[in-house]
Design a protein around this ligand. Structure first.
Ligand code: NAG
Length: 403
């Protein structure tokens, strides 16, 4: 008796393992549910085909880690203070980097020597007035003494470069800067696909480049930009930005579908003002910086000319994305699309079990109640052999076994 139980237990477990389970379906013949189900399925298919596959190109492998190099060259000349200035005087840094400044306004303080002199910014009546400025960081060191500024007033003394910087604000901007041209050379590479290209497209000839200027209609690939046009496309007014300075972004975008030929991978140029804060806030408007040129006189004393420069800074920013068909994302998204079509059932189940008339009957059909069989012995009580009864059944079981 015991050995036979043991043997049949082994058999029972083996037969339990070598089975195939499949879900039982309940077919509901209801127009409402049928329409909802098909509509949801259709929406999901349309979404996947139209948006995920055709628009977002989910079958492609994407590369956003664009490698890029930018070199620039600016040309032009202007008049400042009755003196002619060329690009070497007006552009910094001279290397032609992707971030460069073109001077539009200059405030020059000539022949400054090291020493002590009155600082017109801080007026005073007595020494104590100047003591409170001593801890301030300023151009030079405040000595704390109250000295004669000019014939009528007193001001604090500073130890630094003298005379102190002139605070003239009425200098005229160099208007010729609007006609300056910026030449941009950009090479890019998408490392994943080992694809490289430059913004000098094959149809750009030497003759064309000598006379072309970028515009949004006919010359969208010309790599030479007039400052005025760049500001215009960035919705800026030249005279306003020339007065206070500012930062302008020249963005080069490379959106490439490499399933197509190389000619379809072309740059697009967009322009905008990057220091938007300067426009909205009156504190610290625009963009300026200082630099100096140093000289020595005959007896060896160093002196300098100080320049406060208002400039338009151009930042050339490159971004890009390339995609190419690849089996792995294609399969993953294809499977995701198929699985998602089944999502309609979730919604229909909720409606079926909670909102439809007679949902209790549907519930009963969907979830079958099977009472627990406590006796797990192989000796069948129902006389149908030990195939069916040699297992524990849970109280609420969704699956039915078909023999
Ligand atoms: C810029 O060039 C245009 C013609 O190309 C000229 O009419 C204009 O006066 C120039 N601007 C300045 C400030 O020189």
């Amino acid at each position: 008796m015991t050995s036979s139980i043991h043997r049949c237990r082994m058999l029972g477990c083996a037969s339990k393992f070598f089975t195939y389970e499949t879900t039982k379906s309940v077919v509901v013949k209801s127009w409402t549910l049928g329409i909802i189900n098909r509509t949801v399925q259709l929406l999901i298919i349309v979404y996947f085909v139209g948006w995920v596959f055709l628009h977002e190109k989910a079958y492609q492998l994407q590369d956003t880690a664009i490698e890029s190099s930018v070199t620039t060259k600016v040309k032009g000349g202007g008049i400042y203070d009755d003196k002619v200035m060329d690009i070497t005087d007006l552009m910094s840094p001279p290397e032609g980097t992707s971030v460069f400044c073109i001077t539009t306004r200059l405030i020059t303080t000539k022949r400054q020597f090291r020493g002590s002199c009155p600082y017109t910014k801080y007026s005073c009546n007595k020494t104590e007035d100047c003591m409170k400025y001593m801890s301030r960081s300023d151009n030079g060191i405040i000595t704390g003494r109250c000295v004669e500024c000019n014939s009528s007033s007193l001001c604090c003394e500073v130890r630094g470069w003298c005379p102190t910087e002139v605070s003239a604000t009425d200098t005229r901007p160099i208007m010729e800067v609007e006609n300056f041209t910026i030449f941009i050379k950009n090479s890019i590479r998408f490392p994943t696909f080992d694809f490289s290209k430059g913004n000098f497209l094959t149809n750009i000839t030497e003759k064309y480049i000598q006379k072309c200027n970028f515009d949004m209609q006919d010359n969208i690939y010309c790599p030479i930009f007039k400052v005025r046009d760049v500001l215009h496309y960035a919705n800026q007014n030249f005279s306003a930005i020339a007065q206070e300075g500012g930062v302008i972004g020249i963005k080069i975008g490379w959106l490439c579908d490499l399933d197509w030929s190389e000619e379809h991978c072309n740059p697009t140029y967009t322009f905008n003002r990057l220091d938007a804060l300067s426009q909205r806030n009156n504190v610290s408007k625009g963009y300026n910086f200082r630099y100096a040129k140093y000289y020595t006189n005959e007896n060896g004393t160093e002196y300098r000319s100080l320049f406060k420069v208002y400039a338009i800074r151009f930042d050339v920013l490159v971004h890009g994305q390339a995609g190419k068909f690849n089996l792995i994302p294609a399969i993953i998204n294809f499977v995701a699309a198929f699985t998602s079509v089944g999502l309609g059932t979730v919604l229909c189940d909720i409606i079926l079990l909670h909102f439809l008339k007679g949902s209790d009957q549907y519930k009963a059909k969907k979830f079958e109640q099977v009472t627990a069989i406590t006796n797990t012995s192989c000796i069948s009580k129902t006389n149908d052999g030990y195939q069916g009864s040699c297992q524990l059944l849970s109280v609420k079981q969704k699956k039915q076994e078909i023999h």
